[in-house]
Design a protein around this ligand. Structure first.
Ligand SMILES: [Zn+2]
Length: 557
């Protein structure tokens, strides 16, 4: 008994001692499901208008040494940045567990002050605007890891060799490197140099420039990304990889190569699996325009977690499953992010529904292009089932928070997709709708756009004001509600909209009555339709805007 007590006390002490370490995870699991309350630090860090963030990142030169056995990294980050206004303090991000060993800066008399995950560069004198500053930070640490998960995922392949992946979306890139973690602060370009034990291979975004054999037992892999890149897309992968090349003729007729880096023992299965990529790529180039990163290449890298849209170096899990239609829908989704999320990026994390909503909708579009409207509708019907409608898609802007453990926010995927589907249904003009997707990709190329900007752009391109539609799906918790009363005795269905839907005023919905499809036009007043055994799934929501059916016991006003 005494031993058990001791163990409990020891356990509690360890948790308390490590509370800094676990705090982000515990807080966000327990308290932050409403996305309404944020700490002072989160507001400071996330404030896009914070004058201390008023600078432009020209380049990240990230040199990271990885120690698989110690699950540790040491790094030298060179940040090239330019102030947009004259000032002496600049705010960056670095998680407090990462220790700064030394730093140098091209502008003299710099102090680095840290407040938890906030990293302030404080110069003795004001730095004039447009001064090109280079800052070198040498740092090291053990990135946070909770139950095997974290920004760096340390695993072993099936031959018990190290297999390491990174994924910082949600948890934050500052957990592994000094940076500006805001979505709006994309660097113009980036180098990723990874030093690892000699027997391993490192793969990152962009193009491999060289591999250096160091004097000790390590190698350094140098990758270069020449395009602007989202901060959470900067990544590396380490393992025993083997390269597969899939030739592809792009939409302009240029011969390209799609590179796949897979674990050596998965070469054959992966080689077959990745035959689908040129087909998906071709459809997306037709729908959204030229692949945005040919100059940095297109690469898929086998990762030890499901998948992640790392720009020009997409992380793909290793299940190599294709389903009924022989396409892997996760792969379709991740590739779609190269346009929706990477080419067009939200201005703030509150705009991230743009990334997930359009990438998820692209899955349905790809199904439709390949197999027709039936598969599209099946896809949409499937999406509808998993929507939670517990918090709005559009959340508080200007806060930087760790949403890593938060599952309440998953509607940005499927409901985001249903928003785009609803827009298409209301527009009811496919050539106009698809042209707008194409034009948005061109006009907002490599830009950060806000939700407001994307709505205004759609309104212009679609030649009508759809703000109310966006507002309903983005800012309300519930979609439009169809109230129905089923009178089994009389064999009658009574139906009406709960509230007026201006963007769908004369819109029609479809009811499946045995073999027949019935078109109904609900209004704000009850209408009656004679039908037997009607159930919720008789309403084919996939054929209209996204709405919810609520069955009432009796008619209400
Ligand atoms: Zn996604």
């Amino acid at each position: 008994m005494k031993h058990i007590l001791k163990l409990i006390i020891l356990g509690i002490s360890l948790i308390v001692l490590n509370s800094c370490y676990y705090r982000p995870f515990i807080t966000y699991t327990l308290n932050k499901r409403d996305f309404k309350h944020f700490s002072k630090r989160e507001k400071i860090a996330g404030n896009n208008a914070n004058p201390q963030r008023d600078y432009h990142i020209n380049k990240y030169d990230w040199n990271v040494k990885v120690f698989p056995e110690k699950r540790k990294i040491s790094g030298k980050m060179i940040i090239y940045f330019t102030p947009n206004s004259e000032q002496n303090t600049f705010l960056f991000d670095l998680q407090n567990k990462m220790k700064i060993n030394s730093f140098t800066c091209s502008v003299k008399n710099l102090k680095i002050k840290r407040n938890r995950d906030l990293m302030y560069l404080v110069f003795e004198n004001n730095v004039p605007k447009n001064t090109r500053i280079s800052l070198v930070i040498n740092y090291e640490g053990k990135p946070a890891n909770v139950f095997g998960q974290g920004p760096i995922i340390w695993k072993f392949d099936k031959h018990k060799r190290p297999w390491i992946s990174t994924s910082t979306e949600g948890i934050g890139p500052q957990f592994i490197m000094p940076c500006n973690a805001l979505l709006n602060a994309e660097a113009d370009s980036c180098n990723i140099n990874i030093t690892i034990p000699k027997d391993l291979i490192a793969v990152a975004n962009g193009k491999l420039k060289k591999v250096i054999n160091n004097n000790n037992s390590t190698k350094t892999y140098n990758y270069s990304i020449t395009n602007p890149i989202n901060i959470y897309n900067i990544s590396f992968n380490i393992g025993h990889f083997k390269k597969i090349i899939k030739p592809y003729k792009d939409i302009n007729g240029v011969e390209r190569e799609i590179e796949c880096q897979v674990l050596d023992y998965n070469y054959d299965i992966a080689n077959k699996f990745y035959d689908q990529v040129p087909i998906i790529m071709h459809e997306f180039e037709k729908m959204f325009g030229e692949f945005p990163w040919w100059n940095d290449g297109c690469k898929f890298i086998e990762s030890n977690f499901t998948a992640m849209e790392h720009q020009s170096g997409i992380a793909m899990g290793n299940d190599y499953a294709t389903y009924g239609d022989a396409y892997n829908i996760t792969l379709v989704h991740e590739l779609a992010h190269e346009w929706w999320g990477n080419n067009i990026t939200g201005k703030d994390y509150c705009d991230i529904w743009i990334h997930e909503g359009f990438a998820t909708y692209a899955e349905a579009l790809f199904s439709e292009k390949l197999s027709g409207k039936k598969l599209y509708e099946k896809h949409i019907a499937h999406d509808i089932k998993s929507i939670k409608n517990t918090i709005p898609l559009y959340k508080k802007c200007d806060v930087l928070y760790n949403s890593w453990t938060n599952s309440a926010d998953q509607d940005i995927y499927k409901k985001g997709s249903l928003l785009v589907h609803s827009l298409r249904m209301v527009v009811n003009n496919d050539s106009l709708f698809f042209n707008s997707l194409h034009t948005i990709q061109k006009d907002f190329k490599q830009q950060n756009v806000s939700t407001k900007e994307i709505i205004n752009k759609f309104n212009k391109l679609l030649e009508n004001d759809y703000s109310e539609l966006f507002d309903w799906y983005l800012n309300r918790t519930e979609p439009p509600i169809l109230q129905v009363v089923i009178d089994k005795e009389k064999g009658e269905l009574h139906y009406k909209w709960k509230e007026e839907i201006l963007f769908f005023k004369h819109g029609k919905i479809t009811l499946q009555n045995h073999e027949n499809l019935i078109t109904l036009m609900p209004t704000l007043n009850y209408q009656t339709y004679r039908v037997k055994d009607v159930q919720i799934n008789n309403f084919l929501i996939e054929k209209s805007i996204y709405y919810k059916v609520k069955v009432l016991k009796r008619k209400t006003i």
